[in-house]
Design a binder for this molecule. Structure first.
Ligand SMILES: Nc1ncnc2c1ncn2[C@@H]1O[C@H](COP(=O)(O)OP(=O)(O)OP(=O)(O)O)[C@@H](O)[C@H]1O
Ligand SMILES: [Mg+2]
Length: 384
């Protein structure tokens, strides 16, 4: 008589339609029960497409037919994708990542990378499975800020394994290029690079992938929004009014790309004197409240200029991890809590319909996979 283990191992051969990974590997099998010659299986899948369900029922029934007589397959699936889907294309080339957070700013040097690192490490400290993708192909700073500079990338098959630091998986174009090397990026190359960072990196199943973007509103941002359903965007800005003007552009971009706005980080908001602890106003403070209101969003946190933040960045020792008692660390922790609540809210609204490609079974969701993938599932992309 078949056991639960027998059923589970048979299910390991059932591929998720359109992908080379099995439903077990994707973590979609939630429950298996066996009662004599009957078995019931509960799946929780991330596609609302009927053809995916039909294919799964067929494949599961076939693979278990020699083990049990009565097979009940219950499939939990999301509601059909709603109009307010946050994916521009409905595509997802990294379906094992639950949430994508795009950290953007209207201009450079306002603290995006610093924010990305500290929010990500804080989220990991709060129990989430987290990754950082450094998509700043022009000036990748994440390796230094996470203490990973100069480390060799491990390649498995034709994919690169992310590093791990402070409980966070990390990959950066900086780790894939020679140190100090500058590339001149053209539109098509940018798109390819961003797609590869999502597809050809062995990202594990993650709750949140934080993506540190290059400054501005260009091809990298657009490609990202077209490749995966971005759960929400975080805008980083400094409080001076000139910076806020640039921020509006970045927030407008989120709106145009249908990316929900998770909130604004007002960075370099006041200065905390390391000697006396007094907070003084340098670039202004609290100016982001009006901006948040205008875009119907929230200020996630006001981060002061604190030498410990810069030192932590330069030394690869994020302040939130190494100086948890500091005012900045506390504010990063609070900002992260707010962001996680927002992500939960968005996930409730949009459900997981959008974390799955809308292509029919057997057809690659990857833009680089050509017609050949229909026949042999080998589009040259990571999901095959
Ligand atoms: N709140 C802060 N207090 C002190 N220093 C900070 C703070 N935020 C950022 N910095 C420092 O400011 C510099 C710029 O920050 P960061 O590299 O994070 O900006 P960025 O927006 O990612 O820049 P780029 O657009 O070049 O990618 C870094 O040296 C960083 O350590
Ligand atoms: Mg940066």
């Amino acid at each position: 008589m078949a056991t639960v283990a027998d059923i589970k191992s048979a299910l390991e051969n059932v591929k998720y339609p359109g992908f080379a990974k099995s439903i077990v590997e994707f973590g979609f099998v939630k429950d298996v029960q066996v009662d004599g010659s009957a078995c019931s299986i509960l799946l929780d899948i991330t596609s609302s497409a009927q053809e995916v369900e039909d294919q799964l029922r067929k494949d599961i029934t076939e693979s278990l037919s020699t083990l049990v007589e009565n097979i009940t397959v219950n499939i939990k699936k999301p509601q059909p994708q709603k109009q307010n889907s946050n994916s521009v294309s409905g595509k997802n080339i990294a379906p094992h990542i639950k949430n994508f957070v795009m950290v953007s700013s209207g201009k450079g040097g306002v603290g995006k990378s610093t924010t990305t690192v500290n929010l990500a490490v804080a989220a990991a400290m709060q129990g989430k499975k987290v990754g950082i993708l450094d998509a700043d192909i022009y000036g990748p700073n994440i390796p230094r800020m996470m203490g990973l500079q100069g480390q060799e990338v491990e390649v498995i098959g034709n994919k690169a394994k992310p590093f791990n630091a402070y409980g966070v998986d990390v990959m950066s174009m900086g780790s894939l290029m020679q140190e100090g090397q500058a590339l001149i990026w053209r539109g098509a190359m940018i798109m390819k690079a961003i797609e590869q960072l999502l597809r050809d990196i062995l990202w594990e199943e993650l709750d949140i992938l934080f993506i540190d973007m290059p400054p501005g509103t260009g091809d990298a941002q657009l490609t990202l929004a077209q490749s995966v359903p971005v759960t929400c965007g975080v805008n980083v800005t400094t409080p001076q009014h000139v910076a806020l003007d640039d921020s509006r552009r970045s927030l407008d971009m989120f709106q145009k790309l249908h990316i929900p706005i998770g909130g604004i980080i007002e960075n370099m908001s006041g200065f905390i004197c390391p000697k006396c602890g007094e907070e003084s106003d340098i670039f202004g403070m609290g100016t982001c409240d009006a901006l948040a209101e205008q875009y119907n969003t929230q200020v996630l946190g006001n981060l002061p200029i604190e030498p410990a933040i810069r030192e932590g960045g330069d030394a690869g020792k994020p302040v939130v991890y190494f100086q948890p008692e500091s005012e900045s660390a506390k504010r990063y922790m609070q900002a992260t809590q707010k962001l996680i609540s927002y992500i939960d809210e968005v996930s409730d609204k949009v459900e997981n319909a959008s974390i799955q490609p809308t292509t029919p079974p057997g057809v690659s969701a990857c833009s680089t996979a050509g017609a050949a993938s229909k026949d042999n599932n080998s589009g040259g992309c990571g999901c095959h």
